[in-house]
Design a protein around this ligand. Structure first.
Ligand code: TYD
Length: 213
């Protein structure tokens, strides 16, 4: 299918588990709405069929190899992009988009378990068709994330232990270094208060919007 050039900005929020992405997504959404954008907020894994299958794997209902999990995320992402009703390409015609995770998450989470280059190549179909205006990476100390997760949740998910969060943080760095230079990665210090993180994200986003739109 031919690529439709996006006419609206697309921000992908990234960070290890417990980095506060979901809260910050809501702040950014409110800010963009204030600026006059119609906003479509979304997430990966998606809430569609493949996303549900991934959540079943995380819940231990289905057992799958790490390569299979990584490949399912690629399939879920392509559905996220191409889906005719709520797909990103369709939504970008009229809406600014904020996605809670995109392909940088795959490099970080699967690159920590299987060969990073393999993960990179598997994500090429998504990268080639739709790169975000910017990846907003909320950098967090894994120990602080782990403490937040322990306080806020009763059960921790598949990837939520300290050793793994450190591996994912390191894989984020490696993943970012593999991205082509024209991709924009905004680093935000996540070890600050919610208000300070919000301020830094909004400042960076405003900067990009002034330049590009
Ligand atoms: P998360 O944003 O933490 O959702 P929630 O807060 O609802 O649990 O994402 C769920 C998990 O999915 C998270 O541990 C990271 C993982 N993930 C991958 O392993 N690969 C991917 O490509 C993506 C997008 C997410």
């Amino acid at each position: 299918m031919a690529k439709t050039p996006p006419t609206q900005p697309f921000f992908a929020l990234e960070g290890i588990d417990g980095s506060g992405k979901t809260t910050q997504l809501q702040h950014l959404e409110a800010h963009l709405i204030n600026l006059g954008y119609k906003v479509h907020s979304t997430c990966e894994p998606t809430k569609n069929t493949i996303g549900k299958m991934i959540r079943d794997i995380f819940a231990g209902k289905i057992i799958a190899d790490q390569h299979v999990i990584a490949a399912l995320f690629c399939a879920d992402r392509l559905d996220h992009i191409y889906n005719e009703t709520d797909g990103l390409l369709e939504q970008l015609k009229t809406h600014a988009i904020i996605s809670d995770r995109y392909y940088l998450s795959s490099l970080a989470y699967h690159g920590a378990h299987v060969d990073m280059q393999w993960v990179f190549e598997s994500n090429r179909p998504a990268m080639n068709v739709l790169r975000p205006t910017a990846h907003i990476y909320i950098e967090m100390d894994p120990k602080v994330s782990m403490e937040r997760i322990a306080i806020s949740r009763q059960e921790t998910e598949l990837y939520e232990n300290l050793e793994n969060l450190i591996a994912v943080r390191d894989a984020y760095e490696k993943g970012i270094s593999l991205l082509p230079h024209e991709e924009t990665v905004i680093r935000i210090n996540g070890n600050q208060s919610e208000e300070d993180v919000k301020r830094d994200i909004i400042k960076a986003v405003d900067n990009i919007l002034d330049k590009n739109h």
